[in-house]
Design a protein around this ligand. Structure first.
Ligand code: URA
Length: 432
């Protein structure tokens, strides 16, 4: 958006928020556009981001901020696919491979899923990193290729384009190094600006709660979910959020190729019960938003139809869905020190272990190991005997084993107390 009001200065915007005031529409439009152009310096935007983190923004400010970020770039139009468009976004968790079975499942049910994803940073892993463990698979597609694949296959998972919400790209990198990531208004506007610019017709959010999630408490996760649902409503994008547990890893596999293999099991009608439950729960919400109510995603998953879409989706991007996945050069086990019940399997501990084994990256430029990660051999609440293997650690770099074992210390516990995992889906938040 061009400068609407030439007289606004960055210092005036910063001090208004620093002193607990609300920003006007003009101030928001100006500061986001000027920052994107380079007319507001990084140190000024960092200062404003900190003021927002400390003093918050109200619903109108958040909505306007989101719009200003959308306006900083292109808005895609994918309406020519001939099917209702619906997408899903997860705030990220350990072993969260749900997009992989979900996108082909929802496509197999009749909707089109344009899943434009990023790469993983830190302990949660990224969808593109997972898919890149499939030989030949290509993340970068042109807009024409995305549209053609959506019309033909119904599902595309690919790298986002730099033209979508460039203000967010710049601001997120700045927040990452200035201690300002954890602001709910900034997280909500960051996620929603990209999804709205992508041109989806409906959006389901998987907002994770727990040790392995961005949001450690249910109250914070609930606030983030409600904020994003409100933004969706204000921008005419029907949005539903599920609050889901991330205190324990999802499924039995954490790491890129390991998670692809588990997703294929789910697509073939098997796989861990929690991955199947969440995939089906999210599919139901997506299909509701797409207006497809006569199809039961649980049945479609069990029928193998989603697996056929998966094969076509992978092949359309150069991947060989039947190729063997990479296998780690070194595998060690972590055993139970005593007999009892597995009462603690902390998502953060397992996520950090997988990351240290090479599954994730510390900096944007780092490469990830396709085969690295953790396989969980025992579920929470199961009985184990002393010496029984609980987890497998996979890596190509054996020096990483010690760091992974250190990450697991205190995160995996066997005791005498019976322990059950709580519900996976904690709540559903809709507009209105
Ligand atoms: N993911 C995003 O896309 N943006 C944030 O601010 C946080 C997580």
């Amino acid at each position: 958006m061009p400068d609407a009001v030439q007289s606004i200065s960055a210092v005036e915007v910063i001090t208004a928020k620093r002193d607990g005031g609300r920003l006007s529409d003009e101030q928001i439009d100006w500061v986001v556009a000027a920052y994107t152009r380079g007319d507001v310096a990084d140190e000024q935007m960092a200062s404003l981001a900190m003021a927002i983190l400390l003093n918050g923004m109200d619903a109108e400010e958040i909505s306007r901020w989101t719009q200003a970020m959308i306006d900083s770039g292109d808005v895609l139009s994918m309406s020519s696919t001939g099917r209702p468009l619906v997408d899903k976004h997860s705030t990220g968790g350990v072993g969260d491979k749900i997009t992989l079975p979900l996108a082909p499942l929802v496509a197999a049910c009749g909707a089109a899923v344009p899943q434009l994803s990023g790469r993983g940073l830190g302990h949660t892993g990224g969808t593109l990193d997972k898919l890149e463990s499939i030989p030949g698979w290509r993340a970068s597609l042109s807009l024409e290729e995305i549209a053609a694949q959506l019309a033909d296959v119904g599902a595309v998972i690919c790298a986002t384009t730099p033209a979508l919400a460039p203000a967010d790209r710049k601001l997120y990198a700045l927040r990452d190094v200035t201690g300002t990531v954890e602001s709910i208004p900034l997280i909500a506007s960051s996620i929603m600006s990209k999804k709205i610019a992508e041109g989806t017709g409906g959006l389901v959010l998987d907002v994770k709660v727990g040790s392995g999630a961005f949001m450690k408490t249910e109250a914070r996760a609930r606030e983030l979910a409600a904020t994003m649902v409100r933004i969706g409503e204000a921008h005419g994008l029907p949005t539903t959020a599920l609050l889901t547990d991330m205190s324990v890893p999802l499924g039995r596999a954490v790491g890129n190729a390991l998670e692809v293999a588990e997703s294929v099991e789910v697509l073939r009608g098997g796989g861990p019960a929690d991955v199947v439950e969440l995939t089906v729960a999210l599919a139901r919400e997506m299909l509701t938003l797409a207006g497809i109510t006569a199809v039961d995603p649980a049945q479609v998953l069990a029928s193998g139809a989603a697996y056929s879409v998966w094969e076509r989706m992978i092949a359309a991007q150069g991947g060989d869905p039947s190729a063997a996945l990479p296998v780690a050069k070194h595998v060690e086990v972590h055993v139970a020190e005593r007999s009892g019940v597995l009462t603690r399997l902390d998502a953060m501990a397992v996520g950090v272990a997988a990351w240290r084994l090479g599954a994730g990256r510390a900096r944007k430029e780092d490469a990830v190991q396709a085969a690295a990660g953790v396989r969980l051999l025992v579920g929470l609440g199961e009985e184990v005997a002393a010496g029984q293997p609980l987890l497998e650690l996979h890596t190509d770099t054996p020096d990483a084993m010690a760091g992974a074992r250190a990450a697991l210390a205190g995160g995996v516990e066997v005791s005498d107390e019976p322990s059950d995992r709580g519900p996976l889906v904690l709540d559903t938040i809709k507009a209105g």
